[in-house]
Design a protein around this ligand. Structure first.
Ligand code: 6R9
Length: 662
């Protein structure tokens, strides 16, 4: 049975009932308990009728669809609204710019407080059009890929929407990735253009984005142009014929560009994410299904209303930023916030100053930030007027009940709905989450499925369906839903192998989960070799292949270890080549960490590196990570059966190194 604890159940909070402190106009939630239930039933029984209606209501179509859904998990040929034609940027920008031109679309909160700005829907439309025209001039056409390597500035949203306007496929690479990672992604998706900045700013520090791009582009023969946004004004080299300043290129263009209609199933973007094996996968999202999923979850999981000011503190380089900074909020025509800084810059009150200043109504962050702020103390939250908030959310990793309680009490003042939203890059939008006006919450549980999502628990070995409550298994989804990923760029077979083949007839999430006595879902974390550090997904195989590129390393094995703030941290075991000699252990460890930072990016750096003589292997040569995990969790006394190891004495050597390192 799951080890979840008996926790308190929280009723629908005051501010979702139009009550609570502060004088705010608090709208009635879109969904109450009864409508959640009836909608959910309809969404899985009268599928075509339910989604057909929402598809027509939520999206403005150039050509209406005839068929609601086609295909399934068996063949991996899922398609939604196939005959329909639409344009994502029209749906996110134009229709609102025509209806309420002066409404703020984007609040930009710059790294230094007070240096941000607001952009109206009218201004957003003009800039998206100019950049779309500039991209067209650079030869970008429908279906072409554009890499976006930008820090958190409004141009990041503009870049995505400009690509979408001309039917180009954007692929955002998080600006914390190294030149090598950027190169691999640009090559994999055949990008023709890269969009970046001279430099980035975050937490008072400067990020050399352009120079990283320059290094990456040395090995990207297909990239013809680089469009460079001026962020700091620093003097960066510009390559004649290839590099252009964003502002010059945009200013030369007409501030209108006709949106190019695309088919529902045409790709809107590619986003690379880590898997348990091999190189990162280019997850491909469709246009209509993805927009529908993000639009509806913003409306219903965050209970967003017309005059709301919505803030998601994620980076646009991850799926959370795509869905909940850019597409979801703009599909609803509300105000969205782009945050350039960190939760602790210039002080640990930054988040709360931002909430108070902009009178934010929804606030969405990762458990790791909450744990960090909780550790720094309540005094940083107190004294800021947070009464505008109605819904506060978390994403990216399981939230421990202590962090949930702290968030609820100190930020939500016990009056806001706390939504623990479970979903993935591949799912496009929320899958399991409370509905603010409909779902009683339990700290630590993602609670109930979104419409159209049928979560099931399967026995990991037999794949048999586990029915009833108070059970645990691997989490899979029974029916296709509109916002699910359609394929992996250039490798559909891998898409089938990773998600649809492991448990035939189901989409496999890679997570373990439990269902409690009330039918609520509790996510337990990955069951594969993927680590979750501060809500960032990192494949252990990627780190291993970075380490092995160091001249001294013969083998490495990476495991995740529990960490109080980041959830998990990376622990790498490294065996050296016998011929390799080195002077200082400290210097070697530093070099190895640097190797990972250079190869993948600083966020993937191991917290611990243990240099061992040998790795524990089975007779067939497989590394037994189970043992490495146990040692790294200080559970060397519970190693279990090690008799299948080729040389069981290796384990003693590893334990010795671990103990010395403590
Ligand atoms: C959106 C996002 C996906 C993985 C997922 C799971 C973990 C995300 C969670 C959660 C527990 C939640 N995860 N949300 N675990 N509770 N509310 O994070 O996408 O980067 O692809 O990561 O994150 O393990 O499988 P992505």
């Amino acid at each position: 049975m799951a080890e979840y604890r008996e926790v308190k159940t929280y009723d629908i909070p005051a501010r979702l009932k139009g009550k609570g402190t502060g004088s705010h106009d608090r709208p009635k939630p879109h969904i109450d308990e009864a409508t959640y239930k009836s909608n959910y039933q309809a969404s899985i029984t009268k599928i075509d009728e339910f989604w057909g209606k929402l598809g027509r209501e939520t999206i403005d179509w150039d050509v209406p669809f005839k068929t609601v859904r086609h295909g399934g998990f068996e063949k991996g040929d899922v398609a939604w609204f196939p005959e329909g034609q639409l344009n994502a940027s029209y749906n996110c920008v134009d229709r609102w710019a025509f209806r309420h031109p002066d409404k703020t679309a984007i609040i930009w909160e710059a790294d230094e407080p007070g240096q941000g700005k607001e952009i109206s829907y009218k201004e957003l439309l003009a800039e998206v059009c100019q950049v779309a025209n500039a991209l067209t001039n650079m030869g970008v056409r429908k279906g072409d890929a554009v890499i976006v390597y930008l820090p958190m500035i409004p141009e990041a949203a503009v870049a995505l929407l400009a690509c979408a306007r001309i039917g180009a496929v954007h692929s955002v690479v998080f600006a914390g990735f190294s030149a090598d990672s950027l190169r691999d992604r640009a090559v994999d998706c055949d990008a023709r253009v890269v969009i970046t900045t001279d430099e980035g700013k975050r937490g008072g520090r400067t990020i050399a984005t352009k120079s990283i791009v320059d290094a990456a582009l040395k090995e990207c023969p297909k990239v013809e142009h680089c469009l460079v946004v001026k962020r700091t004004g620093s003097d960066v080299p510009m390559q004649e014929g290839r590099d252009k300043w964003w502002h010059d290129a945009a200013a030369a263009e007409r501030a209108y560009c006709s949106p190019v209609p695309v088919q529902s199933e045409d790709p809107l973007f590619i986003l690379y994410t880590s898997g348990s094996t091999g190189k990162p996968k280019g997850v491909v999202h469709s246009t209509a299904g993805y927009l529908l999923g993000t639009a509806l979850t913003v409306k219903h999981i965050f209970d967003v209303h017309e005059n709301d000011r919505f803030a998601c503190m994620a980076d646009v380089g991850w799926i959370t930023g795509h869905s909940y900074i850019v597409y979801g909020p703009l599909m609803n025509g509300v105000t969205t916030l782009i945050f350039e800084s960190t939760p602790v810059y210039p002080t640990a009150s930054r988040y709360w100053e931002v909430v108070a200043q902009h009178k934010l109504t929804q606030f969405y962050t990762a458990p790791t930030s909450i744990r960090l702020l909780r550790r720094l103390g309540e005094e940083h939250v107190k004294g800021h007027d947070l009464t505008s908030l109605r819904v506060i959310g978390t994403v990216g990793e399981p939230i421990n009940p202590e962090a949930w309680d702290w968030y609820n009490e100190n930020v939500g003042h016990g009056e806001c709905a706390v939504v623990d939203t479970y979903w993935q890059t591949e799912t496009g939008a929320h899958m399991i989450s409370p509905f603010p006006g409909a779902t009683k919450t339990k700290p630590g549980s993602a609670t109930v499925p979104f419409w159209g999502v049928e979560p099931v628990l399967l026995d990991p070995q037999s794949g048999k369906l586990i029915e009833g409550n108070e059970v645990e298994g691997v989490l899979a989804i029974k029916q296709p839903w509109p916002s699910m990923a359609r394929t992996i760029k250039g490798d559909h077979q891998r898409f089938l192998d990773v998600y649809l083949k492991p448990y035939p007839g189901y989409y496999f999430t890679g997570d373990g989960a439990a269902r409690d006595k009330d039918g609520y879902i509790w996510i337990k974390g990955r069951v594969d070799d993927v680590c979750n550090v501060s809500g960032h997904r990192i494949g252990t195989a990627e780190i291993e292949s970075a380490l092995i590129q160091h001249p001294g390393v013969s083998e490495s094995a990476v495991v995740g270890i529990a960490d109080e703030v980041t959830g998990q941290a990376i622990c790498a075991y490294v065996a050296l080549k016998p011929s390799f000699s080195y002077d200082s252990h400290e210097a070697l460890v530093k070099e190895l960490v640097l190797q990972v930072r250079r190869n993948i990016g600083p966020f993937a750096a191991p917290k611990k590196i243990l240099v061992v003589k040998d790795l524990p292997k089975t007779r067939s040569g497989k590394i037994m990570r189970r043992i490495l995990r146990k040692v790294a969790s200080n559970e060397a006394d519970q190693l279990g059966d090690v008799s299948s190891l080729a040389d069981p004495s290796v384990v003693d050597g590893i334990i010795e190194v671990w103990n010395k390192d403590q």
